[in-house]
Ligand binder design. Structure first.
Ligand SMILES: NC(=O)c1ccc[n+]([C@@H]2O[C@H](COP(=O)([O-])OP(=O)(O)OC[C@H]3O[C@@H](n4cnc5c(N)ncnc54)[C@H](O)[C@@H]3O)[C@@H](O)[C@H]2O)c1
Length: 337
């Protein structure tokens, strides 16, 4: 039985508390938040949980094996470092930190302390995303030409980080997972529409090795909630829709062929569209946050450092976010990673 302490009980932390209570081999023993109203709300839901204001009380409790950090992004580094140094295993929400140096420092400390450091890149634990990854790797889609992700909604708004740092870690971690790499360069535009201090929306183009181009659109200011990714290969095309629980993945047997005859006037190939059926694979859906928690517990109990969503992959995501931010600040300039 693994005893967990959850630090940060705002919008997202309670989901971690619920999951560590639901799993048969873990328990949410303690939680911490600076806001007493949040602590009262958690205690009403979970009367047995010990709720404290200062997270150091969690770190000083020898009964606690691991902590889950769901506090604001800018506090991740400080809390994760303190927890690892107190010999706690750490599951930290995304993004792991705000600089690559901080991510690398946490990676080093976790290795030195022989503690698990897992990062909440929850989509790599999503069964439909894992299915798409296997499908890309099977070669059925052929070579990938390009992909694009849309992650937009009206809110929820954040006041600590902009829409890029809030939403894009998900799509960057998915693209890096699909293409086994981080981008080589990025160019992006962002816009401060609402408060004027933070970008509420961003359009970013990421160039990956093997000539793959990926685009992402994140926004807090959109009429519809959309979580979609489209991938175009030279043999097949695929659409993933996280909000379509019945058909989250659709594979389109569509591609373009070149004829062996040339246009007489232009000396160019003629391009022909080939259109076949649409396939909807049967995928057993899971609760990704639960799968992530299970993986964390498994790594802890087997004394295995994670191979998914580890500190290095989190550092790659942060490196990409920093490059996109730099490009947005320079109004779309291409930034190499
Ligand atoms: N994986 C996902 O899909 C997902 C979804 C939402 C949020 N998140 C991540 O979770 C984290 C929290 O997001 P949120 O939406 O819950 O934010 P939030 O602002 O709603 O909650 C953060 C809570 O942390 C508390 N807090 C701040 N500093 C603290 C400290 N030093 N000690 C203890 N508590 C402290 C605040 O009082 C607040 O209640 C962020 O990193 C965010 O990116 C991930």
């Amino acid at each position: 039985m693994v005893n967990m302490g959850v630090i940060g009980c705002g919008h997202w932390g309670p989901n971690h508390i619920r999951i560590f209570n639901q799993l048969p081999n873990s328990n949410s023993l303690m939680c911490a938040d600076l806001d007493e109203n949040r602590l009262k709300a958690i205690q009403q839901l979970y009367p047995n949980i010990q709720a404290v204001k200062d997270y150091q009380e969690i770190l000083n409790n020898p009964q606690i094996d691991g902590v889950c950090i769901a506090a604001p992004t800018k506090s991740h580094y400080e809390i994760a470092k303190a927890a690892l140094l107190k010999n706690k295993h750490v599951l930290c929400e995304k993004p792991l930190a705000v600089t690559v140096a901080e991510c690398e420092d946490l990676k080093k400390i976790a290795e030195q302390q022989k503690r698990v450091l897992l990062v909440g890149h929850v989509f790599v634990f999503n069964a439909t995303i894992a299915w798409v990854k296997d499908y890309i790797d099977s070669g059925d889609m052929g070579n990938i030409f390009y992909a694009y992700a849309t992650r937009v909604n009206l809110g929820p708004f954040r006041y600590d980080v902009n829409a890029l740092w809030d939403l894009a870690p998900h799509d960057i971690s998915i693209f890096n997972y699909f293409f086994n790499n981080c981008p080589v360069n990025v160019s992006a535009r962002g816009h401060k529409v609402l408060g004027g201090r933070l970008e509420d929306l961003s359009f970013a183009t990421l160039e990956y090795p093997n000539n793959i181009v990926a685009n992402l659109h994140v926004s807090w200011l959109d009429p519809r909630k959309v979580r979609q990714i489209t991938i175009v290969g030279d043999k097949k095309m695929l659409v993933w829709d996280d909000l379509d629980s019945e058909c989250p993945v659709k594979i389109y047997d569509k591609h373009v062929e070149k004829t062996d005859t040339f246009y007489e006037t232009y000396g160019e190939f003629q391009l022909l569209s080939k259109v076949g059926s649409i396939m909807i694979p049967k995928i057993n859906l899971n609760e990704p946050l639960k799968a992530q928690a299970q993986y964390f517990i498994e790594c802890m109990s087997k004394d295995n450092p994670p191979s998914k969503a580890d500190a290095q992959k989190a550092a790659d995501v942060v490196k990409t976010l920093i490059a996109i931010q730099k490009s947005m600040d320079a109004k779309g300039e291409c930034v190499n990673l």
